[in-house]
Design a protein around this ligand. Structure first.
Ligand SMILES: Cc1ncc(C[n+]2csc(CCOP(=O)(O)OP(=O)(O)O)c2C)c(N)n1
Length: 329
């Protein structure tokens, strides 16, 4: 893939996606604080470059699976903002009719197979989807997002093993923010980490600065092409930093304030902005992109607040094993 000539457009597209993710999550946090959203949110502020860089290299018919911190993945893959916001607000027009909330947003129309509250739960789903695509003779691929905490769960081993054995079209993406909820991941992880584990299973791995959107984009372009060509799974290890606490109710007092301050200075949107400015893009152009993103999300918040609640009669629809739930088993 040649980038000469279209490089600035690519960077601006990345910037736009990242600003939209940041604006969505900041708006959602404000709505949560105002009591408009039931249940906590897991936001990805500081990690936006990974979602934007990967999904910018995917086709609409490619699939993704996500984790509990999935707003950015869904948005970058093209999920509708109104449906996402309404889902957080528990309204009938949400992508999952208001039943899933923040941790379970799915939008099959754009290949977003679902966020997932179970750590590592998206990995077998991605592998199964990839096997289905391969059986159907499709050249679509699956990008599978998970955190560094997920590599200590069984589905990581099972999923990578199966994908490698059957040469399935999966790009595994480990967003390594150094913590699993509140715990330093290194303190609970044996051995050298995710890349070594993947390589041991024969899954080629690339490591990248996950706060450098252009670097993620470059790496993703190459890996997506390899996976699409049928060479089997690949893994991208993207190091990043989650600026906020674990959930919207966590003030993150456990964080080292100096580390947070350093992370704010090195956060991916500011970094890409600096690069675009240095390449001659006007600051006013970037301000407009940011302002548009904020306006889009503010409008989605107002609409979600005014949107109808689900009919209580549908509460038991979409529920597995309904007999047991209703006490009839
Ligand atoms: C199977 C399972 N075990 C425990 C939890 C509780 N839990 C929620 S998020 C989380 C940490 C996940 O770490 P990571 O995937 O690195 O993402 P992070 O939240 O740190 O960004 C844990 C242990 C869970 N949701 N699922």
């Amino acid at each position: 893939m040649t980038r000469i000539g279209d490089n600035r457009a690519r960077l601006l597209a990345l910037y736009t996606t990242m600003c939209r993710i940041r604006a969505f999550e900041e708006t959602a946090l404000a709505a949560h604080k105002a009591g408009e959203i039931p249940g906590p949110l897991h936001v990805s502020i500081g990690q936006e470059a990974v979602a934007a860089g990967i999904c910018g290299n995917l086709r609409r018919d490619d699939r993704i699976t996500s984790n509990h911190r999935g707003h950015g993945h869904a948005l970058a893959k093209g999920a509708g903002v109104a449906g996402m916001m309404e889902e957080l607000f528990g309204r009938a027009g949400g992508h999952c009719r208001g039943k899933g909330g923040s941790m379970h947003i799915a939008d099959f129309s754009v290949g977003m197979l679902g966020a997932n509250g179970v750590v590592a739960g998206g990995i077998p789903i991605a592998v199964g989807a990839a096997q289905g695509l391969k059986l159907m003779g499709s050249d679509a691929i699956v990008a599978c997002f998970f955190g560094d905490g997920a590599i200590n769960r069984g589905p990581f081993l099972e999923g990578l093993n199966w994908a490698a054995l059957y040469r399935l079209p999966v790009l595994f993406v480990c967003e390594d923010n150094g913590v699993a909820a509140f715990t330093a991941t290194a303190s609970v992880t044996a051995g050298p980490g995710v890349a070594a584990r993947a390589e041991a299973l024969g899954v080629p791995t690339v490591s990248v600065d996950g706060n450098d959107a252009a670097a993620v984009d470059e790496a993703a372009a190459r890996l997506v092409a390899e996976v699409r060509a049928g060479t089997g799974p690949r893994l991208l290890h993207a190091t990043t930093y989650r600026i906020t606490g674990h959930t919207s109710t966590d003030p993150a007092a456990w964080r080292d304030p100096a580390a947070v301050e350093a992370a704010r200075a090195a956060e991916p949107i500011l970094r890409l902005r600096a690069r675009l400015l240095s390449e001659g893009v006007a600051g006013s152009t970037l301000d407009i992109i940011q302002g548009d993103a904020l306006a889009e999300m503010a409008a989605a918040r107002s609409s979600a607040l005014a949107a109808p609640w689900p009919d209580p009669a549908v509460a038991w629809e979409d529920v597995q094993d309904i007999g047991a739930v209703a006490g009839e088993a």
